[in-house]
Write a protein that binds this ligand. Structure first.
Ligand SMILES: Nc1ncnc2c1ncn2[C@@H]1O[C@H](COP(=O)(O)OP(=O)(O)OP(=O)(O)O)[C@@H](O)[C@H]1O
Ligand SMILES: [Mg+2]
Length: 312
């Protein structure tokens, strides 16, 4: 059976088997520290977003784990613990705009890639199907639109059925339609069991596509975890009551509460986006608690991202 015939749920695929471990990697270019003591673990089945503003060290990190750039210190391990590049047939990548031959058709270009990768040709057509180019398989590459070229690049990276796919800003330069097509394909690839590491500077993209995220700035890791736990649409609540402890216990039973902070009488926490302050008032009243101060503020993902990367 061909890999893409099966579309599994990500939960079926995911386990906590590390596929790539990055252990304290540092890379300096003269006085610039591009990657600064970076630790990351990527497990099987994850769509892992490396999110950071321009110049934060994303491409450098990808280049290092692909063995294209030498780190100053630290190490990384692929799959079974090896850090050599014998594993490379298991890794598919689009790091730069790929070199396709303009006057060769999509099929011919992919056949050439299959030959170079010593992979069978039987996967070429299903891969073109997956990236939605089967109807243009006999068109020459130079007749393709930018979005089609990018999708062919994805197909090229998938030849040889890699277990791990590395993508650097896969939607760069595409129009909204092209962006959404590429994002959909990335998710389909993940559902066929391939682990994906993708760099992006676009928060919205990581939120829409990725299961996990690491936020970096100036080469430093600022936060990592499941997308929902790091970046979540939440409401920030600030309150003072005559029994904060009891009120929090009551709330905790009904909602997910995080980021609890106390300063004197005042407590601040984040709560589910579907929470309403009316419910809070009712809950307090029913339990004999008096609220003397209540402020709610919606924290957007954008704000949260800016907050995390601010002054760091
Ligand atoms: N070959 C190089 N020589 C000197 N400095 C470099 C080199 N490559 C990268 N850098 C510097 O390292 C830092 C990280 O660059 P990198 O390309 O990894 O960032 P990035 O997160 O991929 O950025 P972008 O979002 O713009 O692609 C930047 O300050 C960059 O100028
Ligand atoms: Mg980059």
């Amino acid at each position: 059976m061909y890999l893409f015939d099966s579309q599994l749920s990500l939960d079926q695929i995911r386990n906590t088997m590390p596929v790539l471990q990055i252990n304290g990697i540092t890379k300096k270019y003269g006085r610039i520290t591009a990657v600064n003591d970076l630790h990351l673990t990527i497990n099987k089945g994850e769509i892992f977003g490396l999110l950071g503003p321009n110049g934060s060290g994303k491409t450098t990190t990808l280049g290092i784990v692909l063995g294209l750039i030498k780190a100053n210190s630290g190490s990384y391990n692929w799959f079974d613990g090896s850090s050599n590049n014998n594993q490379n047939t298991k890794i598919g990548t689009i790091l730069e705009t790929p070199n396709f031959y303009p006057y060769m058709t999509a099929i011919e270009n992919l056949e050439l890639i299959a030959h170079i990768k010593k992979a069978g040709r039987e996967n070429i057509e299903p891969t073109l199907e997956l990236v939605d180019l089967i109807h243009r398989k006999n068109s020459r590459f130079h007749t393709y639109s930018l979005g089609m070229k990018q999708r062919l690049a994805l197909a090229g990276a998938l030849i040889g059925n890699p277990e791990f796919l590395i993508l650097d800003e896969p939607t760069n330069g595409l129009d909204p339609q092209g962006i959404s097509e590429v994002r959909e394909i990335i998710q389909k690839i993940a559902h066929s069991g391939t682990t994906i590491l993708m760099a992006s500077h676009i928060l919205d993209e990581v939120e829409k596509v990725c299961s996990h995220v690491a936020i970096i700035k100036k080469g430093k890791l600022l936060a990592t975890g499941e997308v929902g736990s790091i970046l979540s649409d939440q409401i920030q609540v600030e309150l003072i009551s005559d029994n904060n402890g009891k009120l929090l216990d009551l709330l905790d039973n009904r909602y997910e509460i995080s980021g609890l902070n106390k300063s004197g009488e005042k407590i601040v926490f984040n709560i589910d986006a579907n929470f309403s302050s009316g419910e809070l008032n009712k809950l307090a009243f029913e339990n004999g608690i008096t609220i003397s101060h209540l402020l709610t503020k919606k924290t957007s993902l954008e704000q949260e991202f800016l907050e995390i990367t601010k002054n760091k």
